[in-house]
Design a binder for this molecule. Sequence first.
Ligand code: HAM
Length: 412
Amino acid sequence: MASELQPARGTHDLIGEDQRRYQHVVDTARRIAASYGFDEWATPIFEDTRVFARTLGETSDVVMKEMYSFEDRGGDSITLRPEFTAGVCRALVSNGLTQSLPQKVFLSGPVFRYDRPQKGRYRQFHQLDLEVLGSAEPLADAEVIACGWEIIKALGLADYVVLELNTLGDQESRQDYRGALVAYFSKHRDQLSADSQTRLERNPMRILDSKDERDRAIVANAPTINGFLTEPAAKFYARLQTHLDQFGVPFRENPRIVRGLDYYGHTAFEYITNKLGAQDAVGGGGRYDGLVEEMGGPSVPCVGWAMGIDRLALLLGDPPAVPASIAVIPIGDAAEPVALRLLQELRTLGIRAEMAYRGNLRRRMERANRIGARSAVIIGDDDIARGVAQVKDLQTGQQEAVALAEIAPKLR
Ligand code: HAM
């Protein structure tokens, strides 16, 4: 029975190389986010369902069919977070931080969506998340996007990823544009997919990013938002582009980027790759100026993004190597306490050092080779009497007697 248990559908274990790839992505992002002045937060993995249900958009796929929501034993409806942004806004309000703005925040960890699993798409996946809470300046949008681009560059992925940029305008722009879209798509209603016919009623902009071939043919000739932008919205978008140029961030405009969550206005962008098949977005985000207010706080303009760690990890070349160990090998009972002291000394210096829990010299040497140790320190009774141990370089095979007190500094 037990041997047949598999990870739940859409989840995966992170072990060995997979874990090193994951960790490398997080470490790199954390370092770069810190250099941009972002502080790290950690918010709960589950929240009151109301944090997500209305705020992400009642017609969004995430809310309609992908949330892990359930009643807990106390009868409260809770939801495993399907993203970070709503929880971050909730945290801003519940911690009374709406008076200390802007807040620049970085987070990372697991998120959950009941999605159809395939390569690069999971039910438990992991996100990096970056948010500026409390700035209405397009410079904030540009900085957020630049920081994301810097992370992609530092991971060695700049050749495989493009930044695609769009504006969703302000409310007035969107209202006019929406009207034009409804008029256009209504003319082609019968050719649209069933999903898009529903979207036409509820959220026509979402038809623009439909993956359905029939929809795509019609979307190709749909009006774009550019002709509907109010002057302030157009100005905002122009300033964002100027700042991106000043930051040295390359981008491509794509008027079809509308994003799958409903809280966006003005800036919308995605980091797209051509290397992961259908799951082509490694990250995405935009401006969301109404969310904090929906969470019961004051009006706080915000902008941010999230990236899929699992997708970034799939794109990485070789993961960073594990530093090679020192294998400490006592021969005989008297040598063991000496070996343990030496182990601790090495570890205190930050050197990876290991000792097998049991076994004779041959077995222990085999293990040292198997774990790829760079050196073995062999301690026998005679050595102890002389206050030395044999240090063997496992690459060259060279061996020499070294005074016990000098071993750790020498191997450092
Ligand atoms: P999102 O576009 O829903 O945005 O997700 C961001 C990224 O998470 C995607 O680009 C993708 O790389 C990854 N992702 C999404 N679903 C899956 C999945 N099922 N399996 C693996 N990876 C996945 C958000 O979540 C917004 N909260 C971003 C944001 C932050 N906007 C403003 N601030």
